[in-house]
Design a protein around this ligand. Structure first.
Ligand code: NAD
Length: 502
């Protein structure tokens, strides 16, 4: 592992603050222009970068391209085209006091830090960095200690453009470096990673009220209603459970199948799992599922599976590590009592799906919500209206009907969770708001409209009478409104006589 010198962090922050203040002065369209430059460099290097991500993580090169590089490419024109308008001042329609006007003015946070994980090492970091820079911030970036070359490649990519030096600075290292970054008081922390680390970061940042955006884990449910198309639903479960070898925050883990289709669903899914090609046996040619990225994940899988066996969970297939412990056989588990087992309740973060059943739609919804997590869920049914009504009852950041997980890479849509899955949103224009402060500016509509306000000192009974009458005008009753008008006028005149306000 490479570790940057933590004693240089303070000067890195100082430099970042200096360049950031000039960067923030640049018009949004000028910042957008640099994103377009980044896009060109990224497209030029796309295959080389996909190979690098594949090498570092063990995922198939196609997956590295489709879920890391391609979404990153698509983010840039979206932000460059729509971001300037989105972050321009927004007028607030004034119902009261129309002689003054209000607007929201978005302005950058300052120097933010982006701390990212290893599972989608390019896309997750790149998206936060690009959005932060566009919004006018500087970024201190710490990639995962497990994917340092990809982290460095992101820095190099921005260095190949005309982005001012010092606006993006990468610090390599493990959690200690992450902690050292926090100690330098970034203006906001954008963290993607485990629940445990996310909570530690939130606790530390709470002391200085430093805002945090937390994209954490999931234990994501998939509900398969009785009328679901079996071939479609099983293929979706296969990809949702086993892409990236199940090491996705949005992986399908808990599958709730209507009891009437449990057996055909399970059998068809098992056949499809059996046909997955692993990089372990594919000497040449394409494969679907790669090695475990982190060697020590093997211990976690082993522990969870042995506890599951002890608890009487049925291992439908798989469940064993390869002799070199770099692969876990794609695993399907089921059986009565499975919902009480630890393996079902915790984020597994590996190539495993668990199948359980339900009798009524309400039971499926209740079971889907019975978790500490709230990232993403799926509902499968041929009745789209019914599926959407189920979707509206699931407590997560994203629900997909007849699809799984994929919007984590669909940059036009927001991504993020609730409960233990985190705080805030990323990607999309909605996510862009996380990278700015919203400042409200209220001012007179013209120079003639400047007078002492009705609520200023000295307080008089007429002033109070006028406000009470105004309050009554908000009533739904027309007679009460009408009776309030003369009272309002009379008090207003007395009030002005008492002290001229212009
Ligand atoms: P992790 O929490 O171990 O590490 C994430 C990053 O935090 C790394 O860069 C690490 O060095 C750093 N870090 C560790 N301790 C720190 C500390 N005390 N202070 C500051 N930084 C610290 O997570 P991981 O194993 O790299 O990633 C896997 C987890 O990430 C899974 O739980 C997965 O669900 C989650 N994840 C969530 C999303 C999402 O969008 N919600 C996306 C991808 C991954």
């Amino acid at each position: 592992m490479q570790t940057s010198d933590p004693t240089t962090l303070a000067s890195a922050f100082e430099k970042a603050r200096l360049v950031q203040s000039a960067w923030a002065e640049r018009p949004l369209k000028a910042r957008a222009k640099i994103l377009r430059e980044v896009a060109e460099v990224l497209i030029h290097r796309q295959e080389e970068l996909a190979r690098l991500v594949s090498e570092e993580t063990g995922k198939p090169e196609f997956e590295a391209y489709s879920s890391d590089i391609f979404p990153s490419i698509t983010l840039l024109p979206m932000i460059a085209d729509d971001g300037p308008d989105f972050l321009s001042d927004k007028k607030i329609a004034m119902r009261l006091l129309p002689y003054r006007k209000s607007k929201i003015n978005y302005w950058p946070l300052g120097v933010v830090s982006v701390i990212s994980p290893w599972n989608y090492p390019f896309m997750l970091a790149f998206a936060d960095i690009a959005m932060a820079l566009f919004a006018g911030n500087a970024v201190i970036f710490k990639p995962s200690e497990w994917t340092q070359r990809t982290g460095q490649a992101i820095q190099d990519l921005f260095d190949q453009t005309s982005l001012p030096a010092g606006l993006l600075q990468t610090f390599q290292g493990d959690g200690k470096m992450g902690q050292a970054i926090l100690e330098n008081r970034p203006d906001k922390v954008f963290f993607t990673g485990s629940v445990a680390t996310g909570k530690k970061i939130a606790e530390f940042c709470a002391k200085s009220l430093t805002p945090v955006n937390l994209e954490l884990g999931g234990n994501n449910p998939m509900i398969v209603l009785s009328d679901a198309h079996l071939d479609h639903a099983t293929s979706a479960a296969l990809w949702g459970g086993f892409c990236n070898a199940g090491q996705a925050c949005g992986s399908v883990q808990r599958i709730f199948v209507h009891e009437s289709i449990r057996d055909p669903f399970t059998e068809l899914l098992k056949t499809k799992v059996q046909n997955l090609r692993s990089s372990r046996s594919a000497q040449t040619g394409p494969y679907d599922i790669g090695r475990i990225t982190l060697p020590n994940q093997a211990n976690h899988y082993e522990d969870q599976l042995s506890k599951a066996r002890e608890a009487g969970v049925k291992i439908e297939m798989g469940g064993h590590l390869s002799p070199d412990r770099r692969y876990l056989e794609p695993t399907v588990i089921s059986g009565p009592g499975i919902e009480d087992s630890e393996i079902f309740k915790k984020e597994f973060f590996g190539p495993m799906v668990a199948i359980s059943t339900f009798r009524s739609v309400q039971e499926a919804i209740t079971k889907a919500n019975e978790t500490n997590y709230g990232l993403v869920a799926s509902v499968f049914s041929q009745d789209r209206r019914m599926a959407e009504s189920v979707a509206r009852k699931i407590q997560v950041g994203t629900v997909l009907v007849n699809e799984v997980l994929f919007t984590a890479g669909l940059m036009e849509t927001p991504w993020g969770g609730l409960k233990d899955s985190g705080l805030g949103r990323t990607h999309s224009l909605e996510g862009l708001k996380e990278f700015v402060h919203a400042r409200h500016i209220n001012s007179p509509i013209s120079g003639f409209m400047v007078f002492k306000a009705l609520w200023w000192f000295p307080y008089t009974p007429f002033q109070y009478g006028m406000f009470r009458a105004l309050g009554r005008i908000y009533s739904r009753s027309w007679s009460r409104k009408l009776r309030a008008l003369p009272e309002l006028l009379w008090n207003f005149v007395q009030f002005l006589k008492n002290e001229p306000r212009v």
